[in-house]
Design a protein around this ligand. Structure first.
Ligand code: FES
Length: 137
């Protein structure tokens, strides 16, 4: 056990990889609240008017006026799309329509930027694998 400032941690050596890992054994309450919980996407207040839509068949509670991305992040969704080449999971990065990491399928339409679409009751949202299906005109 070692103390790293206010954090208690254990140093574990892995001979097969000749690597040492630091395992945090205990975080002081002040860090649990300020660093860990604030790093996650959480609502500051309960919604005044709630709506519901589905994501991959699961019911999602949202506040009226939420973007689809904000509602899904608040719901704990970690995979909005997967990349076309490696299949790596992606979730929103910029929240302003620049990065395209939030693309989902909404009511059968692929390549929707979830950060730019306001959530509506009854929407059917699914994650998007790869480039998504596009209909050419
Ligand atoms: S989060 Fe970057 S485009 Fe939507």
């Amino acid at each position: 056990m070692v103390r790293l400032g206010p954090v208690t941690a254990e140093l574990i050596y892995c001979p097969s990889e000749a690597t040492a890992f630091v395992v945090v054994a205990a975080l002081p309450d002040v860090l649990k609240v300020s660093n860990i919980q604030m790093a996650m996407f959480t609502r500051l207040e309960p919604p005044t008017k709630a709506i519901q839509f589905s994501f991959d068949g699961e019911l999602v509670n949202a506040a009226e006026g939420d973007t689809v991305a904000a509602a899904l992040l608040a719901h704990g969704v970690e995979r909005f799309r997967t990349t076309p080449v490696t299949g790596a999971p992606r979730q929103p990065h910029c929240m302003i329509g620049n990065c395209f990491d939030c693309m989902v399928e909404i009511d059968g339409v692929a390549n929707c930027q979830a950060c730019l679409v306001i959530a509506k009751p009854g929407m059917n949202v699914t994650h998007q694998d790869g480039p998504g299906e596009m209909e050419l005109l």
